[in-house]
Write a protein that binds this ligand. Structure first.
Ligand SMILES: Cc1cc2nc3c(=O)[nH]c(=O)nc-3n(C[C@H](O)[C@H](O)[C@H](O)COP(=O)(O)OP(=O)(O)OC[C@H]3O[C@@H](n4cnc5c(N)ncnc54)[C@H](O)[C@@H]3O)c2cc1C
Length: 483
């Protein structure tokens, strides 16, 4: 969007659709250009557009969970980084709440804010530079878009989430875990430098050598300290192909035992796993392991499958391109959209479980869990190594290895069913918490401020200090319900 002069900007706006001023006396947005001329002195101009129309605000009151709906007063689609600086400074001085929004793929209102301003980061989506082992990109860019450009140069981020239509800023706010995490940590462990706008409205660059405290706070900081506007991310050489092994198990001990063996010896590039429904009821387990390769350097199946105890003869082995593997949920998404399931409520349950409790904890849940309880959504279960995690606010239980356990529920649009799933999420969370586990903060679990304090445990004081330092007026990230 081209930059308009202040006067042209005010005149060109459609009254009622776009905000042109803010009335301090009534703490409300003004949508008439004439009125804004009277109020104008401190109201910022934007290179992008600040919307107040009902449709745009309603979009910002949604997320993938479709459970929480908080309607902002306005939505900024920034045209520049400076737009964010201007808005945050103005908001800070006028006590207006702000929330960054990437793709809105949270499940419990995390990117929403009632009555404030949502910054829709998707308009900032430029790739600025691709180097030999890094890329510099805007935080509103989707990982899919990033991959399109880096793979053209034979490069890839080391870790990808299972679904690549998420924004860079969105996953860097939570962690970003995937099948390569046992080798490379989560996505926030693979960031070289960030550019952010703090809650004070300061545009800062940070890395492990510069403003380290800010860098470590923002990565996995759940949007509490700053809006991430740009990231310099690590890249590694990408192989061109992927050999995918699906191995089936009847019992959880053998399944998690083999998963643990695989992430310890590192023979695969990617290790995940799912709890899958058994014909006639009950559950089986599917280990998903992938070996990447290029050209004729084919993976050695015998070596890769050595000493594993899956049910012999049930293995499914297939080859695909590296990108097709990363983009494997595309077809599923298209299908779920076509039948409307994509748009149903998603009360997701996402936790990290201590390795020594995983068989019993998950096993107990599976004894009574039915497809009605999951709404036929997938159940993920896979281990990661905690020594790969370097950022303090990405919380996992103690121990060399922990398991990610997700019940990715879909609910019909029936309040009683959603409430029952939410109650179950809370109960399962508490059992896991009492066993020393914790949540992965992407899901839908009712959480009080005391729960957050418990979640951050021995880094809670650091988390609070970072809030006081970078967002002292508490204008950012209210959708998480932490402060
Ligand atoms: C189908 C699906 C599959 C998924 N698979 C995985 C997976 O494999 N691994 C995994 O780790 N996660 C996964 N997720 C969860 C996902 O990583 C998180 O929900 C992520 O936060 C969503 O990114 P988003 O761009 O949609 O962020 P949003 O939902 O828009 O925002 C998430 C949080 O980040 C904040 N935020 C967003 N952008 C910024 C910014 N630029 N600066 C500061 N704060 C910001 C928001 O305020 C909010 O608190 C999946 C989600 C879905 C729906």
């Amino acid at each position: 969007m081209t930059q308009l002069s202040r006067r042209t900007f005010l005149k060109s706006l459609v009254a009622g659709a776009v905000v042109v001023g803010f009335d301090r006396a009534t703490s409300s947005w003004v949508t008439s250009a004439h009125a804004a001329e009277q109020l104008a002195p401190n109201f910022p101009t934007f290179d992008g557009v600040l919307y107040t129309d009902a449709a745009t605000r309603a979009e910002a009151a949604e997320d993938y969970g479709h459970i929480i709906h908080r309607t902002p007063n306005a939505v900024l689609k920034p045209g520049s980084v400076n737009d964010i600086v201007r808005l945050v400074r103005f908001a800070k001085n006028n006590n207006i709440k702000i929330s960054g929004r990437g793709q809105g793929h949270s499940t419990y209102g995390q990117p929403q804010i009632q009555g404030g301003v949502v910054i829709d980061m998707s308009t900032l989506n430029t790739i600025h530079e691709i180097g030999r082992d890094y890329v510099i990109a805007d935080a509103g860019l989707k990982w899919h878009q990033l991959l399109d450009s880096t793979l053209a140069q034979g490069l890839t981020p080391p870790v990808m989430t299972d679904y690549i239509e998420l924004s860079i800023g969105g996953t860097l706010s939570v962690g970003g875990i995937g099948g390569a995490s046992h080798q490379h940590g989560v996505q926030i462990d693979n960031v070289i430098e960030l550019t952010v706008v703090t809650g004070e409205g300061n545009l800062e660059t940070c890395s492990k050598n510069r403003n380290k405290d800010l860098f470590e706070s923002v990565l996995g900081g759940l949007g509490q300290f700053a809006i991430i506007v740009r990231a310099k991310l690590k890249l590694i050489r990408a192989e061109t192909s992927a050999r995918v092994f699906n191995l089936f198990y009847d019992d959880i001990e053998t399944f998690t035992g083999d998963q643990t063996r695989l992430i310890r010896d590192g023979r695969f590039d990617y290790v995940e796993g799912q709890v899958v429904p058994k014909a006639g009821g009950g559950w089986n387990f599917m280990l998903e392991a992938v070996s990447y390769y290029s050209g004729n350097k084919l993976p050695n199946n015998t070596r890769l499958l050595r000493n594993l105890s899956y049910t012999q003869g049930t293995e499914v082995i297939s080859d695909t391109t590296y990108f097709a593997f990363l983009n494997r949920l595309e077809a599923t998404e298209a299908f779920l959209r076509s039948i409307g399931v994509w748009f149903l409520p998603h009360p997701w349950f996402d936790v990290f479980v201590k390795s020594r409790h995983v068989n019993q904890y998950v096993g107990n849940i599976l004894e009574t869990l039915t497809l009605d309880d999951t709404g036929q959504g997938p159940i993920l279960l896979y281990p990661v190594k905690t020594n790969k995690f370097t950022k303090p606010f990405f919380r996992v239980p103690d121990g060399e290895i922990v398991f990610l356990f997700d019940i990715l529920r879909t609910a019909p649009n029936i309040p009683e069913v959603i409430n029952a799933m939410m109650a179950s999420n809370r109960e399962l969370f508490e059992t896991n918490r009492d066993l020393g586990g914790n949540r992965y903060a992407i899901g839908a679990i009712e959480f009080s401020q005391a729960d957050w304090q418990q979640h951050f445990g021995n880094v809670w004081n650091d988390f609070r200090r970072a809030k006081n330092r970078y967002d002292p007026c508490n204008i950012l990230g209210g959708g998480q319900g932490i402060f």
